[in-house]
Design a binder for this molecule. Structure first.
Ligand SMILES: NC(=O)c1ccc[n+]([C@@H]2O[C@H](COP(=O)([O-])OP(=O)(O)OC[C@H]3O[C@@H](n4cnc5c(N)ncnc54)[C@H](OP(=O)(O)O)[C@@H]3O)[C@@H](O)[C@H]2O)c1
Length: 281
């Protein structure tokens, strides 16, 4: 039987592209999404409802996959979202919601699937992290922190599961054109709050920077191609960049030496720009 690949967050974007393409390539794909009707036109062998924040939903989806195929060869933890906000301003309920999907959701999946892979003596867990899991920018601190957490958990899990024949791989996409940035702006700090924020100018600066970066963003297929490498390589790497351009790769390489001074210049905003707002708060 073709390898069984379970993917979370297949309603849109990267998850949807991976489900379609891996099915086309002959893998047995179990596509999941919290709203199953979003998967009506999706190519997959099995489509299941799965909300990664709900332990019962995780349990049911994994049990149904096992009932049908009796194995899970690849788990792709893709579901995730970001939310805009300076660390000081982002509402606690938003922070909790982002962690519930990006960190605890991944942990719920791992707790459910890792024992199956361990018993099989084989498997691959592919965690969709981000370049934001390596480099932090203002406005993105909470999202970044979830991906840093994912990087740490994945590194530990890689060593823990290696003796059982299970690989753990991180994929770190750059800017990918999906629903991600729309969701990012809708969550967290609202446009209205930004107009009154002492950080208004930095919000604007980052929004302009992000808009420019999105114009040279990649399609989700670059992440799918990278996932395919991670699935088929005899010895997959610990982490793969995907859709990260040369300047960003260079920046990443030199980060420890030059990132702080370069970032300080990029993100510098004049206090006088903000004093008016600062005084009002
Ligand atoms: N796009 C980028 O620039 C970029 C860069 C680096 C990393 N990433 C990562 O790539 C992954 C996929 O994002 P994307 O770019 O494809 O964005 P997207 O189009 O917004 O897709 C996000 C997916 O996550 C799902 N999701 C959210 N909460 C969920 C929950 N509680 N349970 C199950 N699924 C849930 C969404 O489902 P609903 O439709 O139901 O909300 C959707 O299917 C994320 O982990 C993201 O952090 C994206």
């Amino acid at each position: 039987m073709a390898e069984v690949v379970l993917i979370t967050g297949c309603s849109t974007g990267i998850g949807r592209d991976m489900a379609n393409e891996l099915t086309r390539l002959g893998f047995t794909v179990v596509a999941t999404a919290r709203k199953p009707d979003t998967m009506e036109n999706l190519r997959a062998d099995l489509r299941l409802p799965l909300d990664v924040t709900d332990p019962k939903s995780v349990e049911r989806a994994v049990a149904k996959t096992m009932q049908k195929y009796d194995r899970i060869d690849v788990l792709i933890n893709n579901a995730g979202f970001g939310s805009r906000g300076m660390v000081e301003e982002i509402p606690m309920e938003t922070v909790q919601a982002v962690y519930d999907v990006n960190v605890f959701g991944v942990l719920r999946m791992i707790h459910s699937v890792a024992p199956i892979m361990r018993r099989q003596g084989s498997g691959r867990i592919i965690n969709i992290s981000s370049i934001a899991g390596r480099v932090v920018t203002p406005v993105n601190g909470v999202y970044s922190s979830t991906k840093f957490a994912l990087e740490a958990l994945s590194d530990a899990l890689r060593w823990e599961l290696a003796p059982f024949g299970v690989f753990v791989v991180l994929i770190e996409p750059g800017v990918i054109n999906t629903h991600f940035s729309g969701t990012f702006q809708k969550q967290g700090v609202s446009n209205e709050q930004i107009t009154r924020s002492p950080y208004k100018h930095l919000y604007e600066k980052i929004a302009n920077l992000s808009a420019r970066m999105r114009t040279s963003g990649s399609g989700p297929e670059v992440v799918t191609r990278t996932a395919l490498k991670a699935i088929t390589s005899a010895q997959p790497k610990a982490r793969y960049l995907a859709g990260v351009n040369l300047p960003s790769r260079l920046l990443l390489l030199l980060r420890d030496h030059i990132w702080e001074p370069v970032a300080s210049r990029i993100f510098k905003f004049q206090m006088e720009d903000s004093n008016a707002n600062n005084d009002q708060i």
